[in-house]
Unconditional design. Structure first.
Length: 232
């Protein structure tokens, strides 16, 4: 099947790489299939024929919907800065639908390392960072060496912690764990043939360029009262 959480990361990467038109056109092309217009929300998965599986006919306010709003807003802001803005379609209609769909959304935080890291990364794009207090409370569980049994998930947590900074985790603890991850990868990485590529790519991001993923002054801040009221 097709997973939305791969598409939104790709569109975000395209925005950061300056390939704004590619990101916008991908976002617009997939939106009608993943978005549940009747109930609101992004379906997290589609079948290979772009239809929702039977149990996913309806979507409701969820984390993928918030991430879609953030990524689409980043792309739209980047589009508006382009000299050729008129030649690139707007994501305004999709952004409006996503914002409306998040009415009733409750910000969710997990201590699963990859989920924690993604929440830390994208919470920086929401005004007042509503999930940060809850993220900090479970940081020690998410950022734990035991997760090196499946390294890329821990590396996702490290990326989120490096981007969000002291709002979500103590910097000294993060740097120590990052060093341990580097040692682990040097010693055991080649033997983990099933995940070698993703492990190394994600660790490289954490070591070399986590800042490229961070919120910047040219990025929008999503304002969503329902997220701010209910996060926890």
């Amino acid at each position: 099947g097709m997973y939305f959480h791969y598409i939104d990361k790709w569109c975000f990467a395209l925005a950061r790489a300056g390939r704004v038109e590619d990101g916008v056109r991908i976002a617009k092309s997939v939106f009608p299939y993943f978005f549940d217009g009747a109930h609101g929300g992004i379906r997290w998965k589609l079948s290979i024929d772009a239809t929702p599986p039977p149990e996913m006919q309806h979507a409701f306010p969820n984390d993928d919907t918030l991430t879609a709003l953030i990524v689409f807003s980043v792309l739209e802001k980047a589009r508006e800065r382009r000299a050729d803005v008129s030649s690139i379609p707007s994501l305004g209609r999709e952004i409006h639908a996503l914002r409306a769909a998040l009415d009733g959304y409750r910000g969710r935080v997990t201590d699963d390392p990859l989920g924690w890291g993604l929440a830390a990364l994208f919470d920086a794009f929401v005004r007042h960072h509503p999930r940060s207090p809850a993220l900090k409370r479970c940081a020690s569980a998410a950022l734990h060496p035991r997760h090196l049994t499946l390294p890329f998930r821990l590396y996702g947590a490290l990326i989120g912690a490096l981007v969000a900074g002291e709002r979500v985790a103590h910097g000294a603890d993060v740097r120590a764990l990052l060093h341990a991850a580097e040692v682990h990868e040097a010693r055991w990485g080649a033997k983990d043939s099933g995940h070698t590529a993703i492990n190394r790519v994600m660790l490289a991001v954490g070591l070399l360029c986590p800042g490229v993923l961070a919120w910047g002054k040219l990025d929008p801040l999503v304002e969503l009262d329902s997220v701010e009221r209910r996060a926890g």
